[in-house]
Design a protein around this ligand. Structure first.
Ligand code: MN
Length: 145
């Protein structure tokens, strides 16, 4: 029991520490999309006018499933931590603050945190997402920064 409380306090401390280093708010637990993610993510709407702009925060080890943005696009602006982006058929790409990723219409991909780092990006997204299979654990666990 004491060990569990310690672990919860530790997780809260890690989140607070991450937030202190970030410009944009972490926001609320990303419950609406949780079934399309492995691990815990958070979502903060920055603007929903004209095009959706969201700050997305991933706890260490968290990543979204493979997905496609149909009839649209996605631009990711990396603002914190270390993470990954991968398009189907290509190697995974290590991400750090300042990196910009442009995903074109119809391209299957995933994005998320490194195993041992919080990760944060702003996502500017247009179109309709199609959610696909999770990123396999054995593949993800084998990724190295
Ligand atoms: Mn995406």
């Amino acid at each position: 029991m004491a060990k569990e409380i310690w672990a919860e306090d530790n997780a809260a401390d890690a989140k607070a520490k991450h937030q202190n280093e970030m410009v944009f708010p972490i926001g609320a637990p990303n419950d609406a999309f949780a079934k399309y993610f492995i691990g815990q993510s958070y979502l903060a709407p920055l603007s929903t006018q004209q095009v959706g702009i969201y700050n997305v925060t991933f706890e260490p080890g968290c990543r979204n499933n493979w997905h496609i943005h149909h009839d649209g696009y996605q631009i990711l602006l990396v603002t914190g931590g270390e993470g990954w982006y991968q398009e189907d058929g290509k190697p995974a790409q290590s991400l750090k603050p300042g990196d910009v990723i442009v995903t074109h219409d119809g391209v299957k991909h995933w994005h998320g945190a490194a195993k041992d780092s919080w990760f944060e990006h702003i996502a500017i997204t247009a179109g309709i997402p199609e959610w696909l299979e999770p990123v396999a654990d054995e593949f993800y666990e084998g990724l190295h920064q």
